[in-house]
Design a protein around this ligand. Sequence first.
Ligand code: FES
Length: 73
Amino acid sequence: MTHAEKTVSHKKPSIEIIKNGPYIVKNVDNLINSQGVPIPAQPVMALCRCGGSNNKPFCDSTHNAINFEDDKT
Ligand code: FES
């Protein structure tokens, strides 16, 4: 391991659920779609949870247009 590798700080990965919206994914190194194809990961990504995005796996705010709701009651 080089000095540069030792000094790089790796932040803890996290996933946050936005009510009636996407997953906010932070600090992941790898992202793979449902077909097993790697997708370039960004430090912060909004991933579609409603199924309506035209830019899957990313959120494109379609959840607002379709009135996606978490609650199924
Ligand atoms: S959650 Fe935003 S488009 Fe699906």
